[in-house]
Design a protein around this ligand. Structure first.
Ligand SMILES: N=c1c2ncn([C@@H]3O[C@H](COP(=O)(O)OP(=O)(O)OP(=O)(O)O)[C@@H](O)[C@H]3O)c2ncn1[C@@H]1O[C@H](COP(=O)(O)O)[C@@H](O)[C@H]1O
Length: 134
C-alpha cells in the first residue's frame, strides 16, 4: 500500500502546478489548506457513514478518496509519506500503539534481542497526558 501512496504523492506533487481549470489537485492547492482539510474531513465522514451502513464497496471507494485528499494535505503541509512510515515504525518498535500497552510495566524476556535492549523502557501510559511526557 505504501508504494501506491508514494506514487500518488508524487503524482499530486506533479499536479500541483497544472491548470486548476483541468486539475482537481491544482485547484485544491490554489484554494489552500483549509479547503484541503474540509475535503479530507468530508471524505472521512463518507467512509464512516458507508461503514456504519455496511457498504464495504463504498468504504473502498471513499477510502481511496480519503487517501487522495490526505496525500494532498501532506504535500501542502510539507509532510512526506516516509515521514509517516517512520513514525509508524517507531510505534511498532514500542510493541504496538503505546495506548495498547498492558497496564503493568512490561516484563521483557531475560535474553533480550539487540532490538529489545535498545528500546526505551516500556511503561503503561495512563492516558493522553502521559503521552505528552515523551
Ligand atoms: N487519486 C486521485 C483521486 N482520488 C479521488 N479524486 C477526486 O476526488 C473526488 C472525490 O471527492 P468528492 O467525492 O468530494 O468529489 P466530488 O463529489 O466531485 O465533490 P467536489 O470535490 O467536486 O466538491 C473524486 O471525484 C475525484 O475527482 C482524485 N483526483 C485525482 N487523483 C490523482 O491525483 C493525480 C492528479 O490528478 P488531477 O488532480 O486530475 O490533476 C492523478 O494521479 C490522479 O489519479
Amino acid at each position: 500500500m505504501s508504494d501506491s501512496l508514494e506514487r500518488l504523492y508524487l503524482a499530486v506533487l506533479a499536479a500541483r502546478d497544472l491548470d486548476p481549470a483541468t486539475s482537481r489537485t491544482a485547484r485544491l492547492f490554489q484554494r489552500g489548506p483549509s479547503k484541503m482539510a474540509k475535503k479530507l474531513a468530508e471524505e472521512a465522514i463518507e467512509v464512516v457513514i458507508d461503514a456504519v451502513n455496511g457498504d464495504a464497496e463504498a468504504v473502498v471507494r471513499e477510502s481511496a478518496d480519503l487517501l487522495y485528499n490526505l496525500t494532498v494535505l501532506w504535500a501542502s503541509a510539507g509532510v512526506r509519506p516516509e515521514d509517516v512510515w517512520r513514525e509508524m515504525s517507531r510505534r511498532e518498535d514500542m510493541l504496538g500503539i503505546a495506548e495498547k500497552l498492558p497496564k503493568s510495566p512490561m516484563k521483557l524476556p531475560k535474553v533480550a534481542s539487540p532490538r529489545i535492549s535498545a528500546r526505551r523502557p516500556i511503561v503503561a501510559l495512563e492516558g493522553r497526558a502521559a503521552r505528552k511526557r515523551h
